[in-house]
Design a binder for this molecule. Structure first.
Ligand code: GAL
Length: 382
């Protein structure tokens, strides 16, 4: 069930020669360079003005990222490439996911971008598009056993490793500290990769007795409410004792913190997260959450739009040049050309980075009781 990155690095020289911004992205910078002038692809033909591209996002309840970051950033990135993007959200409904895809295919999209709910439903949609000659890009989540031509995401095992390391750092001084793990949806391949990454750090610590795993529980559909009730059951089952929580994203972390607060434990028990959502960043500033993982979605959206623009023109050489490597689809037994971006660990000390880079506004975080903390950390309205 896991994918592994293989080192198929293309030279920055080649990418730069094509006027592409991937080299910038690989350096961990915001790939902010506009696609103006001078590049071979745009010199060959004007940007595919009005070319239709369909984008299907998976749900809203799992994380604030999809509607808060991905939708607006994809809209802007597609526009910058001269693409006319129809961006819809399947709201966690696989039937709706499939119906949306049918509608987009019959409306004449030239490329379909999908962030799947499950590998199976994602693969089914990709197969339908392929049958109509429409290239697909797996966005953020790889559909195992699928046929998408490209995959754009972050290094998801690294995401998990950052979470595991964050928790290990926070519990360093507590020999035998008791850990509860609230993991993501078993149907989301990323959740498996996050878990694998976290395990690479935590398993040796469990094995040596430095930390003790109370229980690990995956949460279907990343449902935050279910995450909270599940955590409460495990906590009470363990006599109310917990020293640290590995929560797979900020939504689940928030649900865990609500329960910890009910038992007067918030602020004393480090909790991990992911997505650098406004709620997650606020919880970090309050001291209720220890860390989150920041994934600069602008880079993900920009890379996807550039790939889509190349594919819409049928320019597979340009699309291939954008890929920075490949991942192994173990179910489909194939290598999928990929752009894998770099995630970053965020604790109280560097919440400022997420705001300075513009993913979240200071006004979404520095409100009420947090204004003073923001001032102390020099987080300013941008
Ligand atoms: C993952 C995604 C994460 C997270 C989660 C819940 O697939 O990579 O960013 O938010 O889904 O939607």
């Amino acid at each position: 069930m896991r994918t592994r990155t293989t080192a198929v690095k293309r030279t920055a020289v080649l990418a730069a020669g094509l006027g592409l911004t991937m080299a910038l992205a690989a350096c961990g910078q915001n790939a902010a360079a506009p696609s103006s002038g001078g590049s071979a692809p745009s010199a060959a033909a004007p940007a595919a003005g009005g070319t239709k591209v369909g984008v299907i996002l998976p749900e809203t309840q799992s994380s604030a990222r999809w509607e808060g970051f991905d939708k607006p950033l994809l809209t802007a990135a597609m526009q910058a490439e001269g693409l006319d993007a129809d961006i819809q959200n399947a709201q966690g409904d696989e039937q709706k996911f499939s119906t949306l895809a049918d509608g987009m295919i019959s409306s004449g999209v030239k490329v379909l971008v999908i962030a799947s709910i499950s590998s199976e439903s994602g693969a089914a949609v990709a197969a339908k598009a392929k049958a109509q000659g429409i290239p697909t890009i797996d966005y953020d989540r790889l559909s195992l056993g699928g046929t998408s031509d490209y995959y754009v995401s972050f290094d998801n095992e690294k995401v998990g490793a950052l979470q595991g390391q964050g928790l290990a750092d926070a519990l360093k001084a507590k020999q035998g500290a008791q850990v509860i793990e609230i993991a993501g949806a078993p149907t989301d391949n990323n959740a498996t990769l996050f878990s694998d990454g976290a395990n690479s750090v935590l398993k040796p610590l469990y094995d040596s007795g430095a930390l003790k795993l109370v229980q690990k529980q995956p949460i279907p559909d990343w449902d935050n409410q279910v995450g909270g009730t599940t955590f409460e059951q495990i906590l009470t089952g363990n006599g109310g004792k917990v020293d640290g929580v590995l929560a797979a994203n900020d939504g689940l972390a928030g649900a865990v913190i609500t329960v910890l607060t009910k038992y007067g434990l918030n602020g004393q028990v480090p909790v991990t997260g992911q997505d650098a959502t406004p709620d997650g960043l606020q919880a970090i500033l309050r001291g209720d959450q220890y860390m989150t993982v920041y994934k600069p979605i602008k880079q993900e959206a920009d890379s996807t739009a550039k790939l889509a623009a190349a594919l819409a023109k049928g320019d597979t050489a340009a699309a291939d040049a954008l890929a920075t490597g490949s991942v192994d689809d173990t179910k489909g037994n194939r290598q999928v050309k990929s752009v894998l971006l770099t995630p970053q660990s965020i604790t109280k000390d560097n919440v400022k980075t997420v705001i300075d880079e513009g993913q979240v506004k200071a006004s979404e975080v520095c409100v009420g009781d947090l204004q003073a903390t923001c001032q102390q950390l020099s987080i300013n309205a941008s």
